[in-house]
Design a protein around this ligand. Structure first.
Ligand code: GUN
Ligand code: ZN
Length: 444
């Protein structure tokens, strides 16, 4: 082991550290790193060393502040790769399925985000909720209005969170107050991108909403923007609902399937986050793999809207594994908690005869999602050089959890209880770049 120079370390987090260096589904325990009494040593919010407390503590300078969570689990901050900022007041709307839900509730609420004051209030609430749930990075859709993206990034910069977001581009099949044009959508997105992409921890994600609400001309413009800024993520929706699939195919009759629409406009690539990706053919999955595009599974949303069951095994077929992200999709989704999201992801796979284990579930919402959004060199694990976003978890947070924990003897059992029974109450603290940022404490 090389001896590190810790003389400039300013902070250390002590606890039961858990992170991943590989995929537990494929590599088993070799993918897991777990230190029962561990120390994460930080310099200006970045990890400079990780190891046993007994070995590292004597090397810390006297002025270094130790955040002592001994006995508590500390994992990398959760990552939510598909969420809608202007849908906080859409959650739990009693709709039929996707298209009815969009028209009856979602497009009504999103119109309010043209008002900067409403957008600022919504963004503040949104970030409070994410950080209360231990989510330190998200890839978010804002409304069509540039004001909503401005509000998002201003709030994120204030909290120093690593976030990606973009204004949605949509130029048809929505109320006038929610549509842009191929030209204005391109220009406003480009201006926002120029202002925010790479500023501090902020990243721009180009956001053509989906093929139904974009004309071919707009998808063309989105493709051009993504070619001009090939380091930006692209986020959209695809194959979520059977009526949506049929409508998209009808609107793009020259495309053989839904994936072909995005392919045609250069929107299926290694930076593409393809929200939902449920009703895909083998050919479409093969083309995702060839393009290295990401299928983003949104389990609470898919169950709530009756959209369908995402087939994890088919997506990860070892012959051509497709990268998977797992996300909340608030407000089609019903919980901000990535723990609850993994709970539902587990159940969806159970219905399909596939059993994800506790390590795979924790991997998915940390390192797995970091890989999905191409940020695994910065976040999602506890490797030296990474930014220190972390969550302190308490598997005894509620009486029912504490009672259940009485019989637990292994880490895997504890993790499984956390994803099955846990939510924001199990998040004791959220660290962003080594600083405490959980806005609402338990009982407060
Ligand atoms: N498809 C197009 N827009 C949306 C959205 O806002 N939510 C979901 N779940 N699906 C969509
Ligand atoms: Zn969505």
């Amino acid at each position: 082991m090389t001896v590190k120079d810790l003389s400039r370390a300013d902070t250390a987090l002590r606890g039961r550290l858990l992170w991943f260096v590989g995929r537990p589904e494929e590599q088993g325990e070799a993918a897991v790193r777990h230190i029962e009494d561990g120390l994460l040593v930080l310099e200006a919010g970045r990890i400079v060393a990780v190891g046993e407390t007994a070995a590292l503590r004597p090397q810390l300078p006297a002025a270094a502040k130790i955040q002592d969570h001994a006995g508590k689990l500390i994992v990398p901050g959760f990552i939510d790769p598909h969420i809608h900022m202007p849908q906080t007041q859409v959650v739990a709307s009693w709709a039929a399925q996707l298209l009815d839900w969009l028209n009856t509730y979602t497009f009504v609420e999103e119109q309010k985000y043209g008002d900067p004051a409403h957008a600022a209030r919504g963004a503040a609430f949104f970030f409070d909720e994410l950080l209360s749930n231990g989510t330190t990075t998200a890839v978010a859709f804002c409304s069509v209005h540039a004001t909503s993206a401005e509000a998002f990034f201003a709030e994120s910069e204030r909290r120093n969170t690593r976030m990606a977001a973009g204004k949605v581009m949509m130029d048809r099949y929505a109320p006038d107050a929610l549509t842009d044009t191929p030209r204005s959508g391109y220009e406003e997105s480009k201006a926002l991108l120029g202002r925010w992409h790479g500023r501090g921890r902020q990243l721009y994600a180009i956001a053509p909403r989906f093929a139904i609400t974009s004309t071919p001309e707009q998808l063309e413009a989105a493709g051009t923007l993504s070619r001009e800024h090939s380091d930006c993520l692209v986020q959209t929706h695809i194959s979520e609902n059977l009526e949506e699939v049929a409508t998209a195919k009808r609107l793009y009759p020259d495309c053989t399937d839904y994936t072909a629409i995005y392919e045609k406009y250069g929107l299926l690539g290694r930076k593409s986050l393809m929200g939902h990706s449920i009703h895909l053919s083998e050919s479409e999955r093969q083309r995702y793999a060839d393009a290295d595009a990401v299928a983003v599974h949104c389990p609470t949303s898919n169950l709530f809207l009756g959209s369908g069951l995402f087939d994890w095994q088919a997506t990860r077929d070892p012959k051509r594994p497709v990268r998977i992200g797992v996300a909340t999709d608030i407000g089609g989704g019903t919980s901000y908690s990535m723990l609850q999201t993994m709970n539902e992801a587990y159940k969806v796979q159970q219905l399909l005869g596939h059993r994800l284990d506790a390590f795979a579930l924790f991997h998915a919402m940390t390192r797995g999602n970091a890989i999905a959004i191409g940020l695994d060199h910065l976040i999602g694990s506890f490797e030296p050089g990474h930014e220190c976003d972390a969550v302190v978890l308490d598997a005894r947070a509620t009486p029912a959890m504490a009672h259940r924990m009485e019989t637990v003897t292994t880490l895997a059992e504890e993790l499984f209880i956390l994803v099955t029974m846990g939510d924001d109450r199990a998040v004791e603290e959220t660290y962003v770049m080594g600083e405490k940022k959980k806005p609402r404490q338990r009982g407060a």
